[in-house]
Write a protein that binds this ligand. Structure first.
Ligand SMILES: NC(=O)c1ccc[n+]([C@@H]2O[C@H](COP(=O)([O-])OP(=O)(O)OC[C@H]3O[C@@H](n4cnc5c(N)ncnc54)[C@H](OP(=O)(O)O)[C@@H]3O)[C@@H](O)[C@H]2O)c1
Length: 442
């Protein structure tokens, strides 16, 4: 496991140019991974502000919780002492070897004495992990948290109480937590205890990091990731519905890695019928999935075959079938007896049922949903501007055919200038395929 117990940063009193150079080296070292993962995020004004350096480090730590902490947010925390030279007892920390992941700037007097991230839902929050590492060294320290520390008793005790008890001097928070039981009260409590608090350092980046969490809280629906594999000519299946395989084995492994980080995988009834997928997480031997996503089929008429892979595995891996009001009588009871969960949504249109389904999934605490097609379902999601992120494999193959299934159906846009576009774009070569991913702007 990665742990840094202590490393020093250059002294703030160094000559500006030398200090600038060290800061930039540190930014690359500590924050490069974070930037790479989320695309072009990372604090904008990063050139001369130590707060931003430490906050970027905290953001990068937060990302380690992805797929493990939801429905909680990803949170990272760093605790530093700038009075290294003058603080009694700090010398002892030099016995602790810095981890190889963070090579040390030897000169200087600021010291990271603790860091942590929220590692798993229900377990300690980032601040507590960092405070535990810092121990007595947290007294008089500055604490950086990517999200406002909680002030309420949830699965764990309030973090603000632990911060106050540790006698931290200053707290820097990237953004307030809109969670109704926190929402500013964490910061207020810290201030009332006489702690200096600053809010907003790397705020945009923290928001981008936790957009799935924020979407569930603010829009009352999960974050929706649209995924498909298409040929060069934009098809996801041939005119007779053959799609095995458009993308390579390397690409398919990547999909399994995505599946283990989401709460559910959603497909349309025709994909269930034509592809007969299992929709399970299958990783190379020896790797246990982070989480087991629920498989969801939107199937208004209850047409799923009882001999399908989904049906045959319904007792082993959660399967949720979403029926419309006109599903034949007895179907619900039949599928429940086979081990599936059935949700009958009593609304007349696909659109209404989809919106009610998403609301229902958010209420269950589902934060990330992977929509794996087909084209008609993805098209409907795009028409409703519900796809938040796309992950698309483009395979160097052409199958042609005006009857072949297109990646995104639905009604679509009339004008080019209305096209949905991507931000934080990432283009990667995966085996023989190209992976284009990004967050969607409408
Ligand atoms: N290459 C890839 O990445 C990939 C991925 C997936 C699928 N595919 C291919 O895509 C093909 C199937 O795609 P498709 O476009 O024909 O069908 P689809 O999108 O898989 O399923 C469409 C059906 O889903 C049901 N549905 C329920 N709620 C819906 C909603 N809100 N919006 C839209 N549909 C809803 C509808 O049937 P009811 O009215 O009966 O509910 C609809 O006819 C297959 O050939 C498969 O091989 C390829």
């Amino acid at each position: 496991m990665f742990i840094i117990d202590a490393f020093r940063l250059t002294r703030p009193r160094d000559a500006p140019s030398a200090r600038q150079a060290v800061l930039e080296r540190q930014l690359l070292r500590y924050c490069g991974g974070y930037r790479q993962k989320l695309g072009k995020v990372g604090c904008e004004k990063m050139s001369s502000n130590l707060d931003q350096i430490y906050m970027e480090r905290a953001l990068r730590l937060a990302l380690r919780g992805q797929g493990l902490v939801e429905p909680n947010p990803m949170v990272g925390c760093v605790i530093i002492r700038e009075d290294y030279d003058n603080t009694l007892g700090l010398e002892e920390s030099s016995q602790i070897k810095p981890n190889a992941d963070a090579s040390v700037e030897e000169e200087g007097d600021a010291l990271i004495v603790g860091e942590g991230w929220h590692q798993r839902y229900g377990e300690a929050h980032a601040e507590i992990n960092a405070l535990n590492m810092a121990g007595d060294l947290a007294k008089g320290a500055t604490l950086y948290a990517t999200l406002e520390p909680c002030s309420h008793q949830g699965k764990t005790p309030p973090c603000v109480d632990a911060i106050i008890a540790a006698d931290v001097k200053r707290v820097v928070v990237a953004m307030l937590d809109p969670f109704p039981e926190v929402n500013g009260s964490g910061v207020e409590k810290l201030k009332a205890a006489g702690i200096e608090v600053e809010v907003g350092v790397c705020g945009d980046e923290a928001r981008e990091l936790n957009l799935p969490y924020l979407t569930r809280l603010e829009k009352k629906r999960p974050w929706i990731i649209g995924k498909w594999a298409m040929t060069l000519d934009g098809k996801i299946a041939t005119r007779i519905g053959s799609s095995y395989w458009i993308s390579s084995e390397e690409a398919r492994l990547r999909v399994h890695e995505w599946r283990e980080t989401v709460d559910a995988i959603l497909i349309g009834s025709r994909t269930a019928m034509e592809d007969d997928p299992k929709l399970t997480v299958r990783l190379p031997e020896g790797r246990a999935p982070k989480r087991i996503p629920t498989r969801i089929v939107v199937d208004s008429g209850g047409t799923l075959s009882v001999f399908s892979e989904l049906a045959l595995t319904a007792r082993e891996v959660p399967l949720l079938l979403v029926f419309g009001p006109n599903t034949p009588k007895g179907k619900k009871e039949f599928w429940e007896s086979k081990g599936a969960e059935v949700l009958v949504i009593d609304a007349p249109t696909h659109e209404q049922r989809l919106l009610l389904l998403l609301e229902n999934l958010a209420e269950r605490g589902m934060t990330n949903i992977l929509v794996e097609g087909g084209g008609e379902l993805l098209g409907h999601f795009f028409d409703l501007e519900l796809i938040d992120e796309t992950r698309v494999f483009v395979s160097p193959k052409v199958i042609g055919g005006s009857e072949a299934v297109v990646a995104v159906g639905g009604v679509g846009r009339e004008l080019m200038r209305k096209a949905a576009t991507l931000r934080n774009k990432k283009i990667e070569i995966v085996g023989p395929d190209v992976l284009i991913s990004g967050r969607v702007n409408y």
